[in-house]
Design a protein around this ligand. Structure first.
Ligand code: BTX
Length: 325
């Protein structure tokens, strides 16, 4: 596997130029026969490699997949996504990430699947995760922080997702507090942040991201057709899921380092610039009841502030939000 990693790394850096079998063997520290075997494996996975005598190999096309090799090819991060755990079909990537996090996975470990058979949202709601068209991933983070900071990671992630979608598609999604990414009012991405912690410190944060990428409307079950959309539906063109994953990881890595250096304020400002609800009348359904009023913004902790008709300001830690009421 480490040979494969080095090979993919070399192809990433070669930018479509030929790499000779000899050069590859030296980079990967193995024989040319071993290189040839790995090239065959890549071909089986759907990579198209051109082989030219005296020149060597180059990648001329890649499959539309989210496999480990595909995500690694061209990934530009230091830690996030440097360890990748891919499976074709799983019940939920969150479950796998929880298990890996508890058994020593390094920070930045990415768990990703082509399909989830039991994908979930908050409060054990269902998350529809069909095969071949979405991004279903969980990222393991290990910040040295107290557990109260964990909800901020939902907001950091939301900013990273918005920036990635902007960069890859040119579209401008909005964030609905705390965890929905919307295009034209419809949900294109959901974020689920979960925690493994002791009373005073975080052991791992498991950040689940579900992004609808190449769905057409009939890929969605009836119950969510009115509320869900995909990037392809909005853009009118298919997109590379792997490119989106890479860009999310890259944005996330730089926001995370900004956050660890300068705290939440710069993230809060970015977040508010993308938020759909600020200044609008909203309805927040919490487990303690429903509050209606004007969304004022978020606090430095990432808590939503709503001012009701009497001028009372409510701090909302967790809720479902309706905008445009
Ligand atoms: P949420 O609780 O905010 O949203 C769940 C609600 O969203 C559902 O009740 C349904 O109405 C709607 N919904 C379900 N599937 C979709 C979809 N594909 N697109 C749009 N709307 C949908 C949001 O929770 C958090 C979702 C995180 C999903 C990721 S995927 C990778 C990881 N693994 C896993 O099991 N969950 C996370």
């Amino acid at each position: 596997q480490s040979i494969r990693k080095k090979l993919i790394q070399a192809f990433s850096e070669s930018n479509g130029e030929f790499l000779s079998g000899q050069a590859l063997a030296e980079i990967a520290g193995c024989s040319r026969t071993a290189i040839w075997k790995h090239i065959e494996e890549l071909r089986k996975e759907g990579f198209k490699l051109e082989a030219v005598r005296k020149k060597g190999y180059r990648i001329i096309d890649t499959p539309d997949s989210v496999t480990e090799n595909k995500i690694r090819l061209g990934l530009n991060t230091k830690t996030l996504g440097q360890a990748i755990h891919y499976e074709e079909s799983v019940p939920s990537t969150q479950k796998i990430a929880h298990d890996l996090a508890g058994s020593g996975a390094v920070e930045g470990t990415l768990v990703i699947a082509d399909e989830q058979t039991a994908g979930r949202g908050r409060l054990m709601r269902e998350w529809h995760s069909s095969s071949g068209n979405g991004i279903w991933m969980s990222l393991i983070m290990k910040p040295h922080l107290p557990p109260q900071k964990a909800p901020q990671f939902t907001l950091i992630t939301a900013v990273a997702v918005v920036q990635a979608i902007e960069e890859v598609t040119g579209m401008h999604p909005q964030i609905k507090w705390p965890n929905d990414i919307l295009i034209d009012g419809k949900k294109v991405t959901g974020i689920l942040t979960e925690l493994q912690a002791e009373s005073d410190k975080i052991n791992s944060i498991i950040i689940g991201i579900g992004m609808n990428v190449n769905h057409s409307i009939d890929h969605f079950p009836d119950e969510i057709r009115q509320i869900a959309t995909s990037l392809a539906i909005e853009k009118g063109a298919r997109l590379s899921r792997a490119k989106l994953v890479q860009t999310v990881l890259e944005k996330m890595e730089s926001l995370y380092s900004l956050y660890m250096k300068e705290g939440f304020i710069p993230i809060k400002l970015l977040w508010e610039s993308y938020a759909v609800s600020i200044g609008k009348r909203i309805r927040a359904r919490t487990i303690n009841g429903t509050i209606e009023g004007t969304a004022l913004g978020i606090t430095e902790e990432g808590v939503l502030k709503i001012e009701d008709g009497e001028g009372t300001i409510h701090r909302i830690y967790s809720a479902d939000i309706e905008v445009n009421i």
